[in-house]
Write a protein that binds this ligand. Structure first.
Ligand SMILES: Cc1cc2nc3c(=O)[nH]c(=O)nc-3n(C[C@H](O)[C@H](O)[C@H](O)COP(=O)(O)O)c2cc1C
Length: 190
């Protein structure tokens, strides 16, 4: 028997991304976002839900662009900090000791200290209620040297991504359990 938990915003694991933008005065800012994920392959898109009222919300609309920065597990305190205070009052890059790098492709900064970053131009936005779903077209992914896996893509053990559990703890990811688009073939009846 399952117990009903009601209509909650529960999904897991959630990412713990840093969204990079320039504010209306051209100052670099980051905000933490967990309500996000890949949304389309062609064009490659990433979607993030951002509440109206966040500085980041108005910055994305102004510049039609944002970066998505993928922190590693050692950066949990920085990620939490960026989700607790607003760029309206604080210089989060300076206070967290982070370096803002100007993206050549979009009008947004990325975080040099994050191992992987995505540069996105605003592709579409959808007003959902409390949050706006911003869909960014990924124009480029930049990753630190040496993170690639032999099968293409990135080696998660080397990337060591930070993940989040709705309303709770930050986590590291565990070990792999099988090859995608492959281990399931054993269950396809001939
Ligand atoms: C773990 C975590 C996840 C968060 N996820 C989101 C999110 O997905 N969308 C959102 O609008 N706010 C989210 N927040 C809250 C914002 O990061 C927070 O309001 C931040 O101060 C906004 O910064 P800004 O005003 O500089 O844009 C999250 C905060 C934390 C700590």
């Amino acid at each position: 028997m399952k117990k009903s938990l009601g209509p909650k915003t529960l999904a897991y694991p959630l990412p713990a991304y840093l969204i990079g933008t320039y504010d209306l005065n051209g100052r670099a800012n980051i905000m933490t976002a967990a309500w996000a994920g890949i949304a389309c392959s062609e064009p490659p898109c990433l979607a993030v839900g951002i509440r109206a009222g966040r500085l980041t919300h108005e910055s994305i609309i102004k510049n039609q662009a944002f970066t998505v920065n993928f922190p590693n597990s050692s950066q949990a305190a920085i990620v939490d900090f960026a989700g607790l205070v607003s760029g309206r009052q604080r210089d989060k890059f300076a206070e967290a000791g982070l370096t803002a790098v100007d993206s050549a492709l979009v009008k947004a900064p990325y975080v040099a200290e994050c191992p992987v970053v995505a540069e996105c131009r605003l592709y579409k936005s959808l007003e959902l209620g409390s949050h706006t779903l911003f869909v960014g077209e990924i124009l480029d992914i930049k990753a630190d040297e040496g993170l690639e896996s032999p099968n293409g893509g990135l080696d998660l053990a080397k990337v060591d991504p930070l993940v989040f559990n709705s309303g709770g703890q930050y986590h590291k990811v565990g070990s792999g359990v099988g090859q995608g688009f492959s281990i399931g073939k054993a269950l396809i009846k001939k």
